[in-house]
Design a protein around this ligand. Structure first.
Ligand code: ADP
Ligand code: AMP
Length: 212
């Protein structure tokens, strides 16, 4: 099973990806997590990606496509995967289609739709783990112990690009560059639209139901 989670920043892709991957018994990757891992390790790719991420704009396609294709190349992904935050441009979607052409293509694209005001509320209160990148929310889904990740004990912090001055730009970039993918996958016939406004539990159940 090869699944894409599509949706604006703050829709709940990262929150739901772990649950879906576990249910389907497949691996998962978030392009944003891969970039932040590189930033943390101070790699050349990380330094380059940071210069775009800090401004709330997309990292160029050639760099992003190479990064995700390297991840997809590994044998662990042969059983299927959940991709979160990739593709985000038409160029990325076409590149993904090309590499999967002999592997049956993408099975499902889950579009998690959430109104803008709710996205802003979610991003303003989001904290993530510095080590495993699990997302939390200060009111909707706080860690059991303040500031500490439930899963790995890592420090929980606010992303620089979740600050109000960058969030507006990220939403604008989503509507301009990524939203056209909704029609791209609708035409391909594998899009499922999910109302992402409910609780984390409700949205998770709706996603699992739509995958079955
Ligand atoms: P994305 O990966 O799509 O950018 P996240 O999964 O990181 O989004 O979720 C954004 C923020 O909203 C996080 O703080 C998360 O805890 C919170 N969140 C996710 N889903 C819900 C939901 N259904 N209701 C309330 N808060 C949510
Ligand atoms: P995310 O963690 O998904 O919110 O992504 C954080 C940032 O990483 C984005 O604002 C982009 O700068 C960059 N990024 C993540 N995924 C992609 C992608 N598929 N294409 C381009 N840039 C990306």
């Amino acid at each position: 099973m090869k699944v894409i989670l599509l949706g604006p920043p703050g829709a709940g892709k990262g929150t739901q990806a772990a649950r879906i991957a576990e249910k389907l018994q497949v691996t998962r990757a978030a392009s944003g997590d891969l970039f932040r891992g590189n930033i943390r390790n101070n790699t050349e790719l990380g330094r380059l990606a940071k210069s775009y991420m800090d401004r709330g704009v997309l990292v160029p396609d050639d760099v992003t496509i190479r990064l995700v294709m390297d991840w997809l190349d590994s044998p662990e992904q042969s059983k299927g995967f959940v991709l979160d935050g990739f593709p985000r441009t038409l160029g990325q979607a076409e590149a993904l289609d090309r590499v999967l052409v002999d592997k049956g293509g993408i099975n499902r694209v889950m579009y998690i739709n959430v109104p803008e005001a709710e996205l802003i509320r979610r991003l303003a209160g989001r904290y993530i783990c510095r080590i495993c990148q699990t997302p939390y929310h200060e009111s909707f889904s706080p860690p059991r112990q303040a500031g500490i990740c439930d899963k790995c004990g890592g420090e929980v912090y606010q992303r620089d690009d979740d600050k109000a001055e960058v969030v507006g730009k990220r939403l604008e970039v989503f509507f301009k560059e990524t939203e056209p993918l909704v029609d791209y996958y609708r035409l391909a016939g594998n899009l499922k639209e999910i109302n992402g406004e409910g609780t984390i539990e409700d949205v998770g159940n709706a996603l699992i139901a739509a995958l079955e």
